[in-house]
Design a protein around this ligand. Structure first.
Ligand code: UDP
Length: 363
C-alpha cells in the first residue's frame, strides 16, 4: 500500500511533546516499511524519524500548533490559529494523497475528523486519547454513523469512552522489541516515566518513594513546570531524581535497571506506551486500574493493578513486586505488542477502509 501518515500537530517528532504518538507513529512506520509498504509522513518542521523508520519520506510543515486537548476544558470550543500547522499538514497530506491509497491521521483534533465527510480520498483515524473534548466526541459520533470503519482505538477501555461505539476496532500498539534489552535486576530503583503534567499523577508515585525513603527516578519531558515544582516541594529533598527526556535507547537502558515502574495516571490513559516499554525490558509495572493500563497489565503475571488513587495499595503491592517473573513481562510484549504485530493489525484495518471506500464510490 501507499500510505500517507499525518502526525500530531503538537510538538515535532522526537521533541517528546507529542507524547506516546511519537513512538507509536515511528513503530508503525518501521513495521509497514519492513513489510514493503510505501509510507510518507507529514509532520511539523524539525521532526525526526528513528533509524528503523527512516525509509519513509518526511514532509515538513511550519505553522502554529494546536493546544493539547488534555489541557483544555472538556467543553472548550475548537481552536484553529492563524497559520495553522494542522491545516498546513492536511493540505500537504491531501496533495500527497492524490497518489496514495489512504491517509492515516494521528492527530486528535476536529479538522481531520470532520474532513472524513468531505474528501475524495479515504482517511482513517487512530484515536489516541479517551474522550477529552465534548465537541470531538460529538463529531466522532456523527462521522462514525456514516464511516464506522474509519476509526481505530488502542484499547477496548479507551473505545468504551465513546459510548456510541458498540464494536470498536482495537489495534493495540507496537514497539520495536529489538530496541529494548531484557535486564534481570531485582534490586534496582523505583522508576516513573511520562510527561510531567497533572494528568500523569507523578505525586502519587513520589508519595510511595517518600514513604519508603527511596529515590524515584523520573524520566520524561517537564511539560508543566509549576506542577513539577509543586510536587518537588511536597516531599523530602532529593526524593525525585529528574533524569530528563531521553531517546529510547538511553531510556530503555536506564529503565531496565529498575525493579518496578510505578504508573499512576489521574486520567483515562488510552494505552500507556511507557508500560509496555518497561515490560519489554523485563520491568514489572505497578499501576492504577484505570484506562489502558488495566487492559495491558496482567495482574500477578506482569505487574499489579491497584484501586485508582489508592497510594497505600501501591505500597502493599510493592512489597511483593519481586514475585513477578521478569521474563513473563518481556514475553508478553513479544507475543502481543511488537511493531510487526501492530503494523499487521493496522494494515488489515486500512485495507477494509479502502475496500469499503471503493464500494461506496462505485456507481
Ligand atoms: N518518552 C521518551 N523519553 C523519556 C520519557 C518518555 O521517549 O525520557 C516517551 C515514551 O517512550 C513514550 C512517551 O514518551 O512513548 C509517553 O507516552 P505514553 O503513551 O506513556 O503517554 P502520553 O504522553 O501519550 O500521554
Amino acid at each position: 500500500m501507499n500510505i500517507v501518515l499525518i502526525s500530531t500537530p503538537i510538538g515535532f517528532l522526537s521533541s517528546g511533546r507529542g507524547g506516546g504518538v511519537e513512538l507509536t507513529l515511528n513503530s508503525l512506520v518501521s513495521g509497514l516499511v519492513a513489510q514493503g509498504h510505501s509510507v510518507e509522513v507529514v509532520a511539523p518542521k524539525k521532526s525526526e524519524l528513528i533509524e528503523t523508520s527512516n525509509k519513509a519520506k518526511l514532509h515538513f510543515i511550519e505553522g502554529e500548533e494546536q493546544i493539547s486537548w488534555q489541557h483544555q476544558d472538556y467543553y472548550s470550543p475548537i481552536y484553529i490559529p492563524d497559520n495553522s500547522l494542522l491545516s498546513g499538514m492536511l493540505e500537504k497530506a491531501i496533495d500527497l494523497g492524490k497518489k496514495a491509497d489512504i491517509l492515516l491521521n494521528f492527530s486528535y483534533d476536529w479538522l481531520p475528523i470532520w474532513m472524513t465527510l468531505n474528501l475524495d480520498i479515504p482517511i482513517a483515524h487512530i484515536i489516541s486519547m479517551s474522550s477529552e473534548s465534548s465537541i470531538i466526541y460529538n463529531l466522532i459520533s456523527k462521522v462514525y454513523s456514516k464511516y464506522p470503519l474509519n476509526f481505530a482505538f488502542h484499547t477496548k477501555i479507551q473505545a468504551n469512552d465513546y459510548s456510541f461505539i458498540k464494536k470498536p476496532i482495537v489495534i493495540g500498539n507496537g514497539f520495536n522489541i529489538e530496541n529494548y534489552k531484557f535486564q534481570d535486576c531485582h534490586n534496582g530503583p523505583l522508576g516513573w516515566v511520562g510527561r510531567v503534567a497533572p494528568e500523569k499523577g507523578l505525586e502519587d508515585a513520589a508519595y510511595v518513594a517518600n514513604k519508603l525513603g527511596e529515590k524515584l527516578n523520573v524520566w520524561g519531558i517537564i511539560e508543566d513546570k509549576s506542577y513539577a515544582a509543586k510536587i518537588e516541594k511536597l516531599f523530602s529533598p532529593g526524593i525525585i531524581d529528574w533524569r530528563g527526556f531521553l531517546k529510547t535507547d538511553k531510556l530503555q537502558d536506564e529503565l531496565g535497571k529498575c525493579r518496578v515502574l510505578i504508573n499512576t495516571p489521574k486520567w483515562k490513559e488510552a494505552y500507556g506506551n511507557v508500560i509496555v516499554e518497561a515490560l519489554a525490558c523485563g520491568v514489572p509495572v505497578l499501576a492504577y486500574k484505570r484506562g489502558g493500563p488495566s487492559e495491558i497489565i496482567k495482574h500477578g503475571e506482569t505487574g499489579y493493578l491497584v484501586k485508582p488513587d489508592d497510594k497505600d495499595g501501591l505500597l502493599d503491592y510493592l512489597k511483593i513486586i519481586n514475585e513477578i517473573d521478569r521474563k513473563n513481562c518481556r514475553k508478553w510484549v513479544e507475543n502481543n505488542a511488537s511493531s510487526i504485530i501492530f503494523a499487521s493489525k493496522v494494515l488489515s484495518w486500512l485495507k477494509t477502509v479502502v475496500k469499503e471506500y471503493k464500494i461506496r464510490k462505485t456507481p
